[in-house]
Design a protein around this ligand. Structure first.
Ligand code: B12
Length: 254
């Protein structure tokens, strides 16, 4: 691994520790995983069809874009364990979501500054939360973090829609567009979702009491209604029952 690549990893790990110290919060995450996509990968254009015609290209974010840095922040097991019970999400699950998003905004800016100091350009995608339209079925992001992570080789998609990383699917993805001179990371060869691999498992579907997730597909409207109920109770638009207590929560299933 190149020194610069290693230094970026160490920098991110350090910043997380520092953020926790400065804000007097316990670390809620395992070591982040950083992977890179080629900003000229033609599959970025496909996202205009797969996600939304308004989906951005890396070059819309940074004209000289060469590489997209995508990182996964895996939650610690205790965060997932707190959310195993059926019903509303756990308070810890909700607060971990809010804390992670606040921290990631800072990490992204710091990481972009760090990359600039190394002599490369870096830009953080902006306004990439939900992009509502007339129909809730069209609630999409113009920068789909998990599709970007997929192009960076982080993992394969489970039937719960989650991208299953090298250390499972319980966590959050973020990304930065850069001119870093790294090649793209390879995609995993093996299908990581057991249901997709051989029809076994399917636990994520069983965990979705609301019925948003079925083996046939995913109903965003039902999922959003469930997340909205948790938001009213715990201040975060989350649920997460479909990602906890699974063979792919914290590992790549054998
Ligand atoms: C809008 C949104 C929501 C909405 C709508 C959900 C939805 N699925 O669209 C609501 C509020 C309901 C929601 C719920 C959740 N969300 Co959400 N959400 C987003 C957001 C902002 C945009 C998602 C988007 O537009 N996706 C585009 C649509 C078209 O694709 P998709 O839904 O991702 O599903 C695609 C894949 O499954 C893919 N796919 C499946 N198989 C294959 C195979 C191949 C080869 C390919 C290429 C693609 C592919 O195709 C599907 C359809 O195109 C992203 C953050 C971001 N900026 O990306 C987070 C994000 C997707 N959410 C996330 C999470 C964790 C959740 C929840 C678990 C809530 C929680 N934190 O407790 C639930 C899970 C719902 C579910 N099972 O999908 C994480 C996912 C992390 C991961 N490990 O994958 C993200 C990436 C946030 C982040 N920064 O990490 N979310």
């Amino acid at each position: 691994m190149s020194d610069l690549r290693k230094n970026i990893e160490l920098y991110l790990e350090d910043r997380i520790l520092l953020y926790c110290q400065e804000n007097m919060i316990p670390p809620l995450w395992e070591t982040p995983i950083i992977k890179y996509a080629d900003a000229h990968d033609p599959r970025f254009s496909d996202l205009k069809e797969i996600v939304t015609p308004k989906h951005l290209l890396p070059q819309d974010i940074l004209p000289n874009a060469k590489t997209v840095l995508s990182y996964f922040l895996p939650f610690q097991k205790m965060v997932a364990l707190s959310n195993l019970e059926p019903g509303a999400c756990s308070e810890l699950w909700a607060s971990a979501y809010n804390i992670t998003n606040l921290m990631a905004a800072k990490l992204n800016d710091d990481l972009a500054d760090f990359i600039s100091l190394q002599g490369y350009e870096a830009a953080v995608p902006q306004n990439i939360g939900m992009m509502g339209s007339d129909s809730p079925e069209h609630i999409r992001s113009r920068w789909s973090q998990r599709h970007v992570a997929f192009l960076a080789g982080h993992g394969t998609f489970g039937i719960n829609n989650m991208l299953i990383s090298d250390c499972g699917c319980v966590g959050r993805y973020y990304s930065i567009v850069t001119t870093l001179p790294f090649g793209a990371d390879p995609s995993p060869v093996q299908e990581r979702c057991l249901y997709k691999r051989n029809g076994s498992c399917g636990l994520c579907v069983k965990h979705c009491e609301a019925g948003a997730l079925t083996a046939e597909g995913f109903n965003r409207t039902i999922c959003m209604e469930t997340c909205a109920k948790n938001e009213a109770q715990f201040g975060a638009d989350v649920c997460g029952k479909c990602v906890v207590g699974l063979p792919c929560s914290f590992a790549v299933p054998k």
